[in-house]
Design a protein around this ligand. Structure first.
Ligand code: FES
Length: 92
């Protein structure tokens, strides 16, 4: 199990090594934006602040978006504890 912290809400939940970040949030009754759950709508897009994720199928992100830490929560499987942010950043 890995622990995921959401910013700025501070909500936290656990995700098993085979679940996506979104599945973990929904199972823990933590509100998480989502619609299609198949990596198509981008509702679940958020930024990885700390930690690593992997994908069964790489989502369509540009190199720049990957560098900025954007992940598709409905596709991303944690490889470590994570901190994930929905805050807009002024850095980019
Ligand atoms: S919920 Fe649609 S891309 Fe993740």
């Amino acid at each position: 199990m890995y622990r995921v912290h959401l910013m700025p809400s501070g909500a936290a939940f656990e995700v098993s090594a085979h679940q996506t970040v979104l599945q973990g949030a929904l199972e823990a009754d933590v509100p998480f934006p989502n619609r299609c759950q198949i990596g198509a709508c981008a509702s679940c897009l958020c930024r990885l602040v700390e930690g690593d994720v992997r994908y069964h199928l790489e989502p369509m992100l540009t190199e720049q978006e990957k560098e900025q830490g954007w992940i598709f929560a409905c596709q991303a499987i944690p490889c470590s504890d994570l901190v994930v942010s929905f805050e807009e950043s002024d850095d980019y």
